[in-house]
Design a protein around this ligand. Structure first.
Ligand SMILES: N[C@@H](CCC(=O)N[C@@H](CS)C(=O)NCC(=O)O)C(=O)O
Length: 217
């Protein structure tokens, strides 16, 4: 059975590949697994039919025979465990790569999301001007640590893995902020991820969804 994922009918990022269905699309493309996409409006996501799949009424979800998953990290891990190519075969190396998947989502992504939420939703608050530099400093701390760890390595743990897939999508959320550009090895790391044919196919697929929507529909 071809799995079905959910994605925004009209992504607020205007097809820049920042919504979390991009991670799942990329993972499926890396392992060569075809998939279907069910597009949802913001109101569809809050309906009981979708909440039966996703307790928090969000995207992405993943459905295959007898299994429904939510949380992009859990979905990518599931795909990586079911198919070869996204996690090392060696048990210890695999455990390390999984640790980096958690690090991407639990340690690096939270300050990046806090910053994006402030930029999106808090610009008109009187304290915005003071809060933004504080949030950006927190992002810089994590980027500096990640940059030091990565040094001149190509990927986080040996060959490209699901850890890199998640980390690159997390770092891409800073596009336009100028923050990643202060770390040339991270800029090159993101570019290596984006250069992968599977990434390009996933990006094109989500962009095609956005481009197919009427401008004000
Ligand atoms: N931790 C969740 C976050 C899911 C999430 O925030 N999804 C966003 C799109 S990227 C969403 O559905 N936003 C709409 C909403 O929360 O109403 C995951 O990684 O899947």
């Amino acid at each position: 059975m071809v799995p079905t994922i959910t994605a925004f009918e009209r992504s607020p990022d205007r097809g820049r590949g920042l919504a979390r269905d991009m991670r799942v699309r990329w993972a499926l493309e890396e392992v060569g697994q075809p998939y279907d996409v069910r597009l949802l409006s913001f109101s569809d996501m809050k309906e009981s039919a979708h909440r039966a799949l996703h307790p928090f009424g969000q995207i992405p979800t993943y459905e295959e025979a007898g299994l429904v998953l939510f949380e992009s990290g859990a979905i990518v891990l599931h795909i990586a465990q079911r198919h070869a190519g996204l996690l090392p075969e060696d048990a210890n190396a695999r455990a390390r790569a999984i640790a980096w998947m958690f690090a991407a989502l639990n340690t690096v992504e939270p300050p990046i999301v806090d910053r994006s939420m402030a930029v999106l939703l808090e610009r008109d608050k009187r304290w915005y001007g003071e809060r933004l530099p504080m949030l950006e400093d927190r992002v810089r701390v994590r980027l500096g640590e990640l940059s030091s760890w990565l040094a001149d390595a190509e990927w986080l743990e040996g060959a490209f893995s699901a850890a890199d897939l998640l980390m690159v999508t997390v770092l891409r959320r800073l596009n336009g902020s100028g923050l990643v550009e202060n770390y040339p090895n991270l800029t090159a790391y993101v570019a290596r991820g984006e250069a992968r044919p599977a990434y390009k196919r996933a990006f094109a697929a989500q962009l095609a969804v956005f481009a197919s929507q009427p401008p004000n529909g």
